[in-house]
Design a binder for this molecule. Sequence first.
Ligand SMILES: [Zn+2]
Length: 211
Amino acid sequence: MKFNWEGTCESCGCTVLLSAYGDGPWQDTSCPACHCPVGLMDPLSVSVTTERLLLRSKAEVNGGDYSLAIVIGAIAVESFLTRLFLKLKGMTHYATTFNLPSPVQEEDWEKEYPRSGGFTGPADFVSKNITGMPFDDFVRKNNLAMAIMARFPAAQVSAKQYFQDELFKLRNRIVHWGYVNSTEVEALRCHDLAVSIVSILREMDKIKYGA
Ligand SMILES: [Zn+2]
């Protein structure tokens, strides 16, 4: 998958477009106006792929591809959930063996990860493993998560169920039923929800590992 990033030239303020493919590096380029070199580093993240998928989801909203934006937003969340789980397994493994996990080892760990349950199952699974409590309990006890959820008053009963209904149900409607008529309003909202969920998951990582 291709990822684009619109940056600003530090020398002249001109807009510069950078691109990357998959999880490869951002291609260095030069400013079209002043020819200064422009490069981009990925943010430190459990999942660089997630950060890029969120960019791509927004780009699809802007470009008018609303159903695709929703699907990509949901994949961004799922990617972060699995990487956070694999980070936990990897850290535990490293603490006892002083070896980094091999791809074969990670594949083995993936079997422990719940394949069903939409968002609610995996969210609880990862939250319990990382924070020791279910997703909703973490959200209620964490200040940053509380601040994020304050923007979604309807989520008061259960944050995980809210995300399931408002993002993953719309994703399922597209992926499982072939619904391709999502609107801009739905896509913008789903992007916002995906960013919110990932922000809560980043907070779990920060508390556990001080990242
Ligand atoms: Zn420039």
